[in-house]
Design a protein around this ligand. Structure first.
Ligand SMILES: Nc1ncnc2c1ncn2[C@@H]1O[C@H](COP(=O)(O)OP(=O)(O)OP(=O)(O)O)[C@@H](O)[C@H]1O
Length: 279
């Protein structure tokens, strides 16, 4: 559904995307995971035609950039990282504006706006100005807006950044539901838990480079499913093991207290880069 081949983006002499090659299948929820500055937003900006790649190719649903820009625009929905709703307008009016920009006819617009406000559970706030909405409500309205013209692919840039854990989980449910209904989702995140909960596969990116790509489970298997953590000379030490038994055996050889836990994508990132995603 989405194919990036040898994608490069340079700003002056700075390379922020470095030969990124990724193929995302139809129906996947795919995550780009990496720390701030890894190049995730720039990748989304290229895919959503807000900036052009320096080199490499992009295909979405069989169409190529930049040749098929108009066609691709009608197939994608975008939820940017920062709120870009019109605070003066009501929820309904914000959607209405988007529908007009996408040349949807009046009857279709009305029907979609009503059903999507219900879908994101904002139907009772349809007539309220968006300026009064909480962060979570604004994010849900941005998702409704992105879905209005029935896109096949949805791009979500850091969909839950700045939201409290409860609101985040509610958005995860919504993203999962959209995916179950057949939409291909590409999201960026620097939240480990978000990638682990939502994504069928994850590309770990660092400094514009792809450093690993697989399902969260496989990535954790790769470093070792179990981690032993202990403190030595005031520093936290970790070691990976393929089984709980092997981890427990190792703990038996230590002369201090140690904890055994499951590994996660943060561990994978640290193993591969020596740094933390959430740093
Ligand atoms: N227009 C620009 N001109 C120059 N440098 C830029 C521009 N846009 C992004 N960059 C640089 O490109 C690098 C990647 O930025 P990008 O926003 O894609 O990272 P990110 O992984 O999305 O991080 P974040 O989560 O903080 O947005 C950063 O070092 C950033 O400073």
């Amino acid at each position: 559904m989405i194919e990036l081949k040898e994608l490069v983006k340079r700003f002056g002499d700075r390379t922020v995307i470095d030969r990124l090659t990724v193929t995302i299948q139809k129906g996947e929820t795919f995550g780009l995971l990496g720390p701030n500055g890894a190049g995730k937003t720039t990748t989304i900006r290229i895919l959503t035609m807000l900036t052009r790649a320096t080199a490499g190719s992009v295909r979405i649903a069989g169409f190529s950039l930049p040749e098929d820009e108009q066609k691709i625009k009608s197939l994608i929905g975008v939820v940017p990282q920062f709120f870009n709703l019109d605070n003066e307008l009501t929820a309904e009016e914000n959607l209405e504006l988007h529908g007009r920009l996408h040349h949807m006819d009046k009857a279709e617009r009305r029907q979609r706006i009503t059903s999507l406000l219900e879908y994101v559970e904002l139907d009772d706030r349809a007539k309220d100005p968006v300026g009064k909405f909480s962060g979570g409500m604004k994010r849900r309205l941005m998702i409704a807006r992105a879905l209005l013209h029935r896109p096949q692919v949805l791009f979500l840039d850091e969909p839950t950044v700045g939201l409290d854990p409860q609101v985040r989980r509610r958005l995860w449910d919504l993203i999962r539901r959209m995916n179950e209904e057949g939409i291909t989702v590409l999201l960026t995140t620097h939240y480990i838990e978000e990638a682990e909960h939502l994504c069928s596969r994850v590309a770990i990116v660092d400094k514009g480079r792809l450093i690993a790509l697989d399902s969260p489970k496989e990535l954790c298997h790769r470093v070792g499913q179990f981690v032993v953590e202990w403190t030595e000379a005031d520093a936290l030490r970790t070691q990976f093991f393929a089984s709980r038994e092997a981890a427990a055996q190792f703990v038996g050889t230590l002369s201090c207290a140690a904890a055994i836990r499951h590994s996660n994508l943060e561990d994978v990132f640290v193993e591969l880069t020596g740094r933390k995603v959430t740093g």
